[in-house]
Design a protein around this ligand. Structure first.
Ligand SMILES: [Ca+2]
Length: 281
């Protein structure tokens, strides 16, 4: 790998009155790493986890290591016509799954982006959907000294990195209801697929992006294709809009606070995020 970057450190004394002394240290750094060559004779390495479904990161030659890899979700199928006229995931024979409420793709299932434009959703539609490396990291240390006592307060932050919120992905999938687990409140807004009285199948709670509870689990399990993964959770990629702040006291006090403000302001991985990525192989 090749890594290039820079680092700036600014140290200053804010106050020095004899018994009391206040010093600050500001540190900012930026780096970019690129995979130059892999030990194996191949273009990329994939990393998965046995305890995380639908999770993949790639280290690809010429790119930053361990970028998030997955499908792009584009909402839900809104009608039967929408499902019939849109690219659908394929079965093990490479044929698009039928439009069927029990044994195929149906209204309320997740619609994935046909990245290569060939009219079907298969492994070739996987792409790079996020970058875990920050554009900028920083730290600010304030050290207070008074008659032999020291208090050091450290703030750290990062900007520009994507975060894969796996907890959200799992707990927002209503199809996990059989696992007797808790859910996020938003999961209760799962797509209610009903007949509108005229024979037309609609989503009663139109506007939701939470998939229906499917009998066949096709839209959320690993069965629609030999190699591809449906990655129902991959669209829960969130970009940090606010920094993480971590407060650490001096060892004598040992108080730590991890702010969750960043989590509260994540945005859903959007088309723009996808387009921001270099995904050509
Ligand atoms: Ca395709």
């Amino acid at each position: 790998m090749n890594t290039k970057g820079w680092n700036i450190t600014i140290t200053s004394t804010i106050m020095n009155t004899g018994d009391f002394r206040w010093e600050t240290n500001l540190n900012l750094s930026h780096f970019k790493t690129k995979v130059i060559r892999l030990t194996a004779d191949r273009k990329f390495l994939a990393r998965t986890s046995w305890w995380m479904n639908n999770w993949t990161q790639w280290a690809h030659v010429g790119m930053e290591p361990w970028l998030f890899r997955g499908y792009i979700a584009e909402g839900l199928f809104q009608s039967v016509e929408d499902a019939e006229n849109s690219p659908r995931p394929v079965d093990n024979n490479g044929a698009p799954r039928p439009v069927d409420p029990n044994n195929g793709i149906w209204v309320g299932d997740v619609k994935y982006k046909d990245v290569d434009g060939n009219g079907i959703i298969d492994v070739n539609d996987e792409t790079f959907i996020g970058n875990p490396w920050p554009d900028l990291t920083g730290g600010l240390t304030n050290t207070f000294s008074y008659k032999g006592f020291d208090l050091s307060v450290l703030f750290t932050a990062s900007w520009g990195n994507d975060i894969y919120n796996y907890i959200r992905a799992v707990n927002l999938n209503p199809n996990n209801v059989n696992l007797s687990r808790n859910f996020l409140v938003e999961a209760s807004d799962y797509a209610r697929v009903v007949d509108d009285g005229t024979g037309k199948v609609i989503i009663q709670n139109a506007g939701t992006n939470v998939a229906r509870i499917a009998n066949n689990q096709i839209a959320s399990d690993n069965n629609y294709g030999k190699k591809q993964q449906p990655l129902c959770g991959r669209w829960f990629l969130y970009k940090a809009e606010k920094y993480f702040a971590q407060l650490c006291s001096a060892p004598a006090l040992a108080a730590t606070n991890q702010s969750d403000q960043g989590y509260a302001h994540y945005r859903r991985c959007a088309k723009r995020d996808y387009l921001d990525q270099v995904h050509g192989l």
